[in-house]
Design a protein around this ligand. Sequence first.
Ligand code: MCA
Ligand code: AMP
Length: 481
Amino acid sequence: MLFPLLTPSAVAAASDVPDTVAVDGLSFSRADVAGAAIAAAERLGGVRVVAVEATPSMATVIAVVGALMAGVVVVPVPPDSGIAERRHVLDDSGAQGWLGPEPAEACGLPHLPVRLYARSWHSHPRPPADHPAMILYTSGTTGAPKGVVSTHGSIAAGLDALAAAWRWTASDVLVHGLPLFHVHGLVLGVLGPLRLGGRLVHTGRPTPEAYARTDGTMYFGVPTVWSRIAADEDSARSLAGARLLVSGSAPLPESVFRRIADLTGHEIVERYGSTETLITLSARVDGERRAGWVGLPLDGVETMLRPDPESGGTGGDDLPHDGETIGELLVRGPMLGVGYHGRPEATAESWLPGGWFATGDAAVIDADGMHRIVGRLSTDLIKTGGFRVGAGEIESCLLDHDAVAEVAVVGVPDDDLGQRIVAAVVTASGYDAGDDLAESLIGHVAEQLSDHKRPRVVRFVDDLPRNAMGKVTKKALLDES
Ligand code: MCA
Ligand code: AMP
């Protein structure tokens, strides 16, 4: 029962883990997961790339593990993705079918259901470390989402580095309710326990009540989840017995860090990464956890601060690590993905010579090597509820609507979501600005792209603020919002 991503110590412990994965009312032992996944793998003959409708379910877990075992590239698709986004992901990735949960919209591809109670024990050759494992779609500042290719080796290296920083072992029980179509919920949150030999309890949704009633040693959340837990004292207090509370995907407000510490006795471990790089920085379990800072490089990771993003290469000049000088954070390490699928030019812009990746994040590093993320270089990448959303993608979608003549989208600070998506719209002639139109524009984005990409607010304006070159000045829009 060898998972392609399993460490030898976890294999040794394998028969001792009855409730390895609990999700969606089902609980499978390690042998159940392995047997069902191998049976699923056997149905994939001839398929190179497979889409998985990534609902929080056992079928998703089995489909992903089965495809990885077979060396088939997995493309997790958000279950709420609208028709335009879904078609893009399927066309761009070259997916040849769906494995696992039945897709809401199959877009003409065949569906191979997984049989949860089928078992097979054939051994599959372990895919080589440089073999692509997954294509995960994520937004850029403009255009449609790009597919990031991670390999079996990069995922394994990323998980092992986290295991070292957090002393994550086969004794851990991980609890989370994050979506299974991103690095956080799927790679860390599902493949992590499977590789390291521990258990996973997925709560369906990441609500304070669900976390409070689920016993575990480690809890994962995005800052929105931690801020909701901080506001629910009883739920927060019930996490006091955990070993580690972990936050990532977006900046954790210092007030939330402090409130959770007061209520649970735990300083949250914050970690930083991206779809392209997996996790590269984190507080260590035995080290300092500093509110507002994302910690130290994981084992095998190097970082530097690039003075001028426009300079292209790394130029070898690292800015001072004095805790004050801001530069673009570059990272390198064995967990980095290998590029954007089918996009050599976009890949070359971010994957730089020497193995460095340009994160697009502005950061400072202090003399002890602690890192603080101070913002994004571009206002066009929005983080809302921990989801990364490109302003350009929403603007294009809204411009497809007959009622929209001009539009600009910004991320406005929000206590709950970190940033909320606000669209400033100039209506086309013949359309009346008002609540009905705002609702229909919000619904249009949710229907075409996905729910979390919908603007929370539509502001109707007579004109968009523009500079002398005619370019929309988003800073001015943000000041007005
Ligand atoms: C949903 N609602 C809607 C629509 N869709 N209303 C109108 N129109 C729609 N189209 C309703 C819902 O039914 C719900 O109502 C209400 O809106 C609230 O939903 P919403 O605020 O959208 O979200 P939420 O459900 O409250 O979710 C907050 C969340 C979520 C749980 C924190 O944002 C989340 O799961 N975030 C995780 C993101 C993540 O995993 N990112 C990792 C990527 P009702 O409540 O009545 O049902 S980053 C990554 O992978 C890197 C490597 C990293 O560093 O980790
Ligand atoms: P994604 O590809 O969705 O994972 O988004 C990656 C981006 O999320 C990073 O480039 C950062 O801008 C942001 N991010 C992730 N973790 C953190 C964190 N702990 N603090 C601040 N920003 C973060």
